[in-house]
Structure formats: C-alpha cells, structure tokens
Design a protein around this ligand. Structure first.
Ligand SMILES: [Zn+2]
Length: 350
C-alpha cells in the first residue's frame, strides 16, 4: 500500500523480534572487551583488523582461515570462572542490546569439558536478564571432526552427551576439510549419539561452495545448516533442503567480509527465501565481523525483505531453535504478537 509522501514509513526492523541461532563464543575478543571496560582502556581495534584482513588476504578460504587467529588477550585468562561468566554475559548483552530476544552461543575448544560450564552459562544469562528480562539464551557445543586426535574428539563427544541432561542444547558439527568434500562417516555416527541424547544438531557446510551440503543433510537428527548458502547454485540441493525441512543460518555481513559472496547485493538470501528454503539471520562472529543482530536484519531489509518477511525469518529461527518447549511457545507468542501489530499498523494506514 502506497503511503502519502509526508507520512513517515515505519522502519522495517523497528520493534521486530530478532533471534540469532549462529553466534560463536569468540573467547578472547570478549575477554578483551570485558578487561578493557574494567581498566577504562580501549579494547582491541577490530575495525583496523578487518581493514588489514581485506587488504592482505584474498576473498574466500584464505580470509576465512583468519577467523579466531587474532587473540587480543592470552586464552589462559579464560581459566578464571568469573571472567568466563563476564565474557559470556558480554556476548548475550550485545545481542539483547541490539534488540535480540533469543540467542544460541556455540562454544568450541575445551569449553564443553569445563567444570560447571552449563551453570556458568546460566549465571551469565541471569546476569544479563537483570537489564534485559526478555533475553533467552542456550549453549551449544562445537564438535570438529577430522581436525583433532581421536582421544580428544572422543572426550568432547562424551562431554556433550553428559551435558545433554544438564542443559546443553545442541551440537554444531564441523567436518574437515571444510573447503572441499569431506568424509562424513564419523560425523554421521556421532550425530546418532547426539540425537539419541536429545541434543539439537546443526553443521557448518556450504559456506565456500556446494561441497558438503548434501552430506550435511544426510546427518542423522540434523535440522539446520550453518551457512549452506551455496546450495542456491544447485537446484537439486535446494530441493533437498526443502524436502528435509532444513533451516539455513545465514550470516550476511560475515559472508561479505570473508568474501564467500562477491557483495551484499549478490548474497543469495532473497533467492533462497523465494525458492522456499527456510532461512534465519545470524551474526556468526559478531566482534570480528563488526556486526549485531540488528545490523543483520537491517541488511536483510536493504536487500528488499519487507517487515512480514523479516518476521518470518524470526519465526523460522524460533521453530528451529534448540530450546525447551516452554521457551519456544513463549518466543512464538512474541512473534505472533508482533505480526498482529504489523497487520493492525497496516490496516490503520489511510
Ligand atoms: Zn560459524
């Protein structure tokens, strides 16, 4: 409906419920921010890091390989439980401060083996809920297959299964080689254990090319894929994603920065939506990428998605979230309420 030119059009993301299913914990970038705040000093300059990244590394795998390589503080700082809580709270408050109401934080390294991990995560969540009562967060574990010795992998897998009953919400599988077709035999076997334990399953695939997307969709219990955007290049993969009802976690700014798509304008997000693939928005590595969930929704709006389409992305996220039935019902009710206010605002227009 065309509005008169003097009538301000509501911004498409104003008061929109937003969810982020794909956020890495970024341990040392957040520890650095926490310590800098306490000391009244400047945190590490990630904007300068991004400028160097773009100037020095070609787009694609070489640039992507730089993720996590810059550690502004030593990882040993993370041994302190109080700082661990503070840096998780920093992730959550960044999300809530940008207008997000649901976030899943995926933790790699040895975090899943850390004493009291889930309780420390919940402590951070409660801390942030003091200022942002609507925030809900769930912890995920990253399990890398093909990049670490079998005994260490086995210990992490056991850790995930053990924590399933304590509140670990899901597992993110990463199979190596990541940039070309990997053997998913072990990942599929592990996924059976995770699914049996009641853990949600997602996997990183299809960020750089169509490689690994089909194998990821064949993972037992998998309902989501991190990225998977290159599926748009193969109609059979698009059909597969739709047939298996798999949701893609799309990270626009991240994809543009690391050059896995040529530009934001050429990102396949809208084509995936139009093709009928379920899609959500994500920040991926928000500190390194320099984004927020609000900025990602604004970027999607700039690609032409209307408010009701953005709301549908949040609905996709909540439906695919690895959370409890109670939280899902609450979050869906919030999406429904926002949809009603969108409809009533539209019908109130002249
Ligand atoms: Zn990721």
């Amino acid at each position: 409906m065309a509005l008169p030119p003097d009538q301000p059009r509501e911004h498409p993301i104003a008061a929109l419920p937003m969810a982020d299913l794909h956020v890495h914990q970024e341990p040392t970038p957040h520890l650095d921010r926490v310590l800098a705040r306490r000391e009244g000093s400047q945190p590490y300059d990630w904007a300068a890091w991004r400028r160097r990244l773009v100037a020095e590394f070609p787009p694609g795998p070489d640039r992507l390989a730089r993720v996590g390589t810059m550690r502004p503080v030593p990882l040993e700082v993370d041994d302190d439980d109080e700082l661990f809580v503070a840096r998780i709270a920093d992730v959550l408050s960044e999300h809530a401060g940008a207008g997000g109401s649901y976030i899943e934080v995926r933790c790699g390294g040895d975090v899943v083996l850390r004493e009291g991990f889930i309780e420390l995560f919940r402590r951070a969540e409660r801390q942030v809920q003091v200022d942002f009562p609507a925030l809900r967060a769930e912890p995920l574990a990253i399990v890398m297959v093909g990049s670490e010795p079998p005994p260490e992998l086995a210990a992490k897998v056991d850790g995930c299964v053990r924590l399933a009953g304590e509140g670990l919400a899901g597992v993110d599988l990463m199979c190596f080689p990541y940039r070309s077709e990997a053997d998913w035999t072990i990942a599929h076997r592990l996924a059976e254990r995770f699914a049996e334990a009641g853990l949600g399953i997602t996997a990183h695939a299809g960020e750089l090319s169509t490689d690994n997307i089909a194998a990821a969709t064949a993972t037992p219990g998998l309902t989501r894929i991190g990225h998977g955007i290159h599926a748009i290049e193969d109609p059979a993969l698009v059909d597969l994603l739709i047939a298996r009802d798999i949701t893609l976690e799309c990270a626009l700014s991240c994809n543009v920065l690391f050059g896995v798509v040529p530009s934001l304008a050429e990102h396949p997000l809208v084509r995936l939506v139009d093709a009928g693939v379920k899609v959500t928005l994500a920040t991926d590595d928000p500190v390194q990428v320099g984004t927020t969930i609000g900025a990602e929704y604004a970027a999607a709006a700039s690609l032409g998605l209307a408010r009701d389409q953005l709301l549908a992305l949040t609905r996709n996220a909540i439906e695919a979230a690895f959370t409890t039935d109670r939280r899902r019902a609450e979050l869906l009710a919030e999406v429904d309420a926002a949809a009603v206010s969108t409809v009533s605002a539209a019908s109130a227009a002249p």
